[in-house]
Design a protein around this ligand. Structure first.
Ligand code: PLP
Length: 386
């Protein structure tokens, strides 16, 4: 069965009891045991809930894993995966990893004796150099945020396998619709399902899929022990989002490509970062490991003043933290996702005061371009009243 059909027919879409066309929201915290000697499949909803279980089975199928897990947020998923490691272990992590991941590693797990080296994982030489005798895993985000840097997943997997390390991939930006790291040899895939998988800016959720049964058993125990599970209603919302993943990814990616090309020729835009542009550094690696370029791009207006004017004038995209939704979302990394980074470090990483990130939604690409164009007429004074 082809992947797009699997989004709708994966064995977890129909209620096996009533035939209902969507899995019911089992809003229950505990389950009656009809016989104390023969306990049922479910006992307590932290350990298992039928709605959550359907979502967990779905993500396992879509990512090509043996088991899936649903968490209360992307960060809950990421943090629970890090609980696989112990005092004295060392991790090698993408330098421009999601800010929350950086924070939990440096503020929390470091305090508990788990050490991390942040390196530019687009350079495999740096990955290799960072490995120590106590390294246990390579943790990759590709494309990365906000400069859409692309890491060669097969290259990273080869290094990991040669050193007996786990490869963990945050696949939030592309989703299994475009990129399936487990099929490329990774061991664990993580999602902030808050983004494209949920897709409607109405739920916070995290997902994990793993390939190996033993690893799945360890994660199942950690999920239950730590307890940061996804609620039944939110699990249902995420499943509903998955049904339209193909339509949303295809359409928003097509528009992102159009917007990126338009931005590239605009005189006020100094640089466009989008893996779909042949001029993007990671374009060919991306094409070798993913079937699409995704709907997120960044562009540099050169100066903070222009960004302020632009954000005041732009009408269609919401200006917000987050990405991957039906509506377009504009973020200003310098004051949002990367505000906690010292300015000199931020600038060194290319996150300038002129940089904006756009997650393209399902609006007409032509309307979006017209809106960006009017917001970029920097010589025209801002109209009073807007
Ligand atoms: C948003 C995001 C996260 C964190 O997910 P939450 O659902 O906000 O906890 C992790 N990784 C990436 C790449 C993200 O974009």
């Amino acid at each position: 069965m082809r992947f797009d059909t699997k989004l709708l027919h994966n064995g977890n879409e129909i209620c096996s009891v009533t035939g209902a066309s969507s899995i019911p929201i089992y809003q229950a915290s505990t389950f009656h045991q009809f016989s104390i000697d023969q306990p049922g499949e479910f006992d307590y909803a932290r350990s298992g809930n039928p709605t959550r279980q359907a979502l967990e089975a779905t993500i396992a199928q879509l990512e090509g894993g043996c088991r899936g897990f649903a968490f209360a947020s992307g960060m809950a998923a990421i943090s629970t995966v890090f609980l696989l490691f112990s005092r004295g272990d060392h991790l090698v992590v993408s330098q421009d990893v999601y800010g929350g991941t950086y924070r939990v590693l440096t503020n929390v797990f470091e305090r508990m004796g788990i050490e991390t080296s942040f390196v530019d994982t687009t350079d495999l030489e740096q990955v290799m150099q960072a490995i120590k005798p106590n390294t246990r895993a390579l943790y990759i985000e590709t494309p990365s945020n906000p400069l859409l840097k692309v890491t060669d997943l097969r290259g990273v997997v080869n290094i990991a396998q040669a050193h007996g390390l786990l490869t963990i991939v945050d696949n939030t930006f592309l989703t299994p619709y475009y990129q399936r790291p487990l099929e490329l040899g990774a061991d664990i895939v993580i999602h902030s399902a808050t983004k494209f998988i949920g897709g409607h800016s109405d739920v916070i959720a995290g997902l994990v899929a793993v390939k190996d049964r033993e690893l799945a058993e360890s994660l199942a125990q950690l999920q239950n022990a730590f307890g940061a599970v996804l609620g039944a209603h939110d699990a249902w919302l995420v499943m509903r989002g998955i049904k339209t993943l193909k339509a949303r990814m295809e359409l928003s990616t097509r528009s992102a490509e159009k917007v990126a090309l338009w931005l590239q020729q605009h005189p006020d835009v100094e640089r466009v970062y989008y893996p779909g542009l042949p001029s993007h550094e990671g374009h060919y690696v991306q094409d070798a490991q993913a079937s699409g370029h995704g709907a997120v791009l960044s562009f540099d207006l050169g100066e903070g003043d222009k960004v302020r004017q632009f954000l005041q004038r732009v009408k269609l995209p919401i200006v917000a933290v987050s990405l991957g939704a039906v509506e377009s979302i504009l973020s200003y990394p310098a004051l949002m996702s990367h505000a906690s980074m010292p300015p000199e470090v931020r600038l060194k990483h290319g996150i300038t005061d002129g940089l904006l990130r756009l997650s393209v939604g399902l609006e007409s690409a032509d309307d979006l371009i017209e809106d960006l164009a009017q917001a970029m007429s920097f010589s025209v004074p801002i109209a009073v009243g807007k």
